[in-house]
Design a protein around this ligand. Structure first.
Ligand code: HEC
Ligand code: HEC
Length: 254
């Protein structure tokens, strides 16, 4: 596990050291995947470059909107355009490699959630790849807003600067200066529903979610108090969602 004190003192170094490391792993196509055990998940982070046929994309759209066989439609929970709601997260506009990796993680058990484990059980690798591309291209307005009673200005401070006094690194040093994500490994957080963001942070803190590459998010989450979790989750919900054509490979802010 990364030491928190190291993380907090050098958030910008994290962005510049860890990011190139992750993208190198992806470029080299390194490490064969073994699901939970593959820390850099290089395979999935190359997803945006893998060609998906028009037929596979049409199939993904059908699964997304109507479901197929035992697979429930994604829209029935995530909303028609993937913008999410208070019970299922926004997935529109997330990077394709990130989405594909999460679907694999639910299937392998590396990430646990009863609904999603059931949903992915019958999806093939090809369908997961196509669903990642389908949702990454979907643009939709934000349906999120602050609703946890968090302190928005405290949330903004944590996201943009972090707080060295309590060893919290700036979220945007890894997640991009606008919270729209960086590359395939660092997901967009902007316009996410606060209840979802808060649950994920608590899950990392407790160790229930443990699928982030090299345990980066556990190291961050343990520095957050419950009030800070509410503050940052509410702040992120005030931001506009990622736009199509965003350069997710741009350098993170420091
Ligand atoms: C029965 C409701 C339900 C259905 C149907 C459903 N989801 Fe989900 N999905 C959820 C919930 C709830 C979560 C949050 C789970 C958690 O906390 O890990 C989630 C999480 C996800 C995530 C992780 C998001 C993130 O930001 O990490 C992805 C990706 C996803 N779903 C994609 C899909 C796709 C693709 C489909 C259709 C094939 C689908 N979901 C169908 C309820 C659903
Ligand atoms: C050192 C880099 C780093 C920093 C700093 C960081 N994160 Fe993350 N975060 C990650 C990575 C990597 C993931 C992807 C995890 C995965 O693949 O499952 C992630 C995922 C997340 C997710 C899950 C998104 C989703 O859709 O499920 C949330 C929420 C999150 N981070 C919130 C935060 C917040 C809030 C902060 C600041 C307090 C923060 N992060 C700081 C690296 C970082």
């Amino acid at each position: 596990m990364l030491k928190q004190s190291w993380l907090s003192r050098t958030p910008h170094i994290v962005a510049f050291v860890v990011l190139p490391l992750l993208s190198l792993g992806a470029a080299a196509g390194a490490e064969p995947p073994d699901n939970a055990g593959n820390p850099l998940a290089a395979e999935f982070f190359g997803a945006q470059e893998q060609k998906v046929t028009d037929e596979a994309l049409t199939n993904a759209r059908q699964v997304a909107i109507n479901g197929k066989g035992a697979t429930w439609s994604c829209a029935s929970c995530h909303g028609e355009n993937g913008a999410g709601n208070s019970t299922a997260p926004r997935i529109a506009g997330l990077a394709p490699g990130y989405i594909t990796k999460q679907l694999h993680d639910y299937r392998s058990g590396a990430r646990q959630n009863a609904n999603m484990e059931y949903v992915v059980a019958e999806l093939s690798d090809k369908q997961m790849l196509a669903l990642g591309q389908y949702y990454s291209r979907l643009e939709s307005h934000s349906s999120a807003g602050p609703d946890l009673g968090g302190d928005i200005s405290r949330g903004r401070q944590l996201a943009q600067q972090g707080d060295w006094k309590v060893e919290v690194p700036a979220c945007f040093s890894c997640h991009g200066s606008t919270g729209w994500g960086v590359g395939q490994a660092f997901p967009a957080l902007a316009a996410q529903h606060p209840s979802y963001t808060a649950v994920q942070l608590s899950n990392w803190k407790s160790g229930r979610r443990s699928n982030s590459p090299v345990k980066l998010m556990h190291g961050v989450a343990v520095t957050l108090s419950d009030d800070d979790i509410r503050a940052v989750a509410d702040y992120l919900a005030t931001l506009p969602p990622p736009q199509q054509g965003t350069d997710r490979n741009a350098h993170a802010a420091n």
